[in-house]
Design a protein around this ligand. Structure first.
Ligand SMILES: Nc1nc2[nH]cc(C(=O)O)c2c(=O)[nH]1
Ligand code: SF4
Ligand SMILES: [Mg+2]
Length: 237
């Protein structure tokens, strides 16, 4: 993980494959509604059946590469938001290169919060050890059985997550709901748990009904605002 190759000056020339950078309002999680710059990296180690960003990994091609210096300049000069969402794909796929970008984004003076949308199949220990900023927060997606990627989940991450972090369960079916409840029992975490419905197969009203019936009072419903505001297939929002 970050070592000499992520030292401030050298680290700035590191290149990463990118999909897009844009500014909109955060659609999810505790910072939903805040103006946010999205830094979307190319590449993912999973293939969730309901993935809504299939353009962010092969066979789609990386749209371009950027140096960390260029990404930081664009965030500083082109946008005003004080929040950043580092997403993908899987933004932590590139190990020390991902960490160097995360650190550089946290080091932007105007920025108050950098949250990382990570997929539960990346060990967060090296990032928690090596990123030195209270601005960095992790939003870990836990992939449930009907995503097709449950086998890839690294359960040790639950105990590493902190109060400022979030664990998001994307729920497609009744089976997923039950698995989410069981996972929270089996793997205690300080992070805030979010339950998010898969747009096409789990009506939000049904998810709320199930949440109330389960008696899980500490879990928060998470609706994707950007899919309510814009066409769910629209990119860059
Ligand atoms: N508005 C908006 N909020 C988001 N939160 C997480 C997103 C993602 O694609 O990771 C996302 C996104 O694509 N758009
Ligand atoms: S981890 Fe995220 S980007 Fe990767 S396939 Fe799953 S939903 Fe898509
Ligand atoms: Mg998205």
């Amino acid at each position: 993980m970050p070592d000499k190759d992520t030292a401030p000056t050298e680290g700035r020339s590191i290149r990463l494959p990118m999909v897009e950078i844009f500014e909109t309002v955060e659609g999810e999680g505790t910072r939903a509604g805040f103006p946010t710059v999205f830094v979307r990296l190319f590449g993912c180690n999973l293939r969730c059946v309901w993935c809504d960003t299939k353009y962010s990994y092969p066979p789609a091609e990386a749209e371009f590469t950027m140096t960390i210096e260029d990404i930081v300049s664009q965030v500083e000069l082109q946008y005003k938001a004080e929040h950043i969402c580092m997403t993908g794909g899987e933004p932590l796929l590139y190990g020390s290169r991902s960490a160097a970008l995360l650190q550089a984004l946290c080091d932007i003076e105007r920025i108050k919060d950098v949250h990382v949308e990570t997929n539960g199949a990346i060990d967060l220990a090296p990032f928690l050890r090596d990123i030195h900023s209270s601005k960095a927060r992790y939003i870990m997606d836990y992939k449930l059985p009907d995503s097709g990627e449950n086998f890839a989940m690294l359960h040790d991450n639950f105990a590493l997550l902190r109060e400022q972090d979030e664990v998001k369960f994307v729920i497609a079916t009744d089976r997923d709901f039950d698995a989410a409840v069981q996972t929270l029992k089996d793997y205690p975490t300080a992070a805030l748990a979010l339950f998010s419905p898969v747009w096409e197969s789990m009506p939000p009203a049904k998810l709320v009904e199930k949440m109330l019936a389960s008696g899980l009072t500490g879990v928060k419903l998470n609706l994707q605002l950007h899919k309510i505001i814009w066409d769910p297939a629209k990119r860059g929002v």
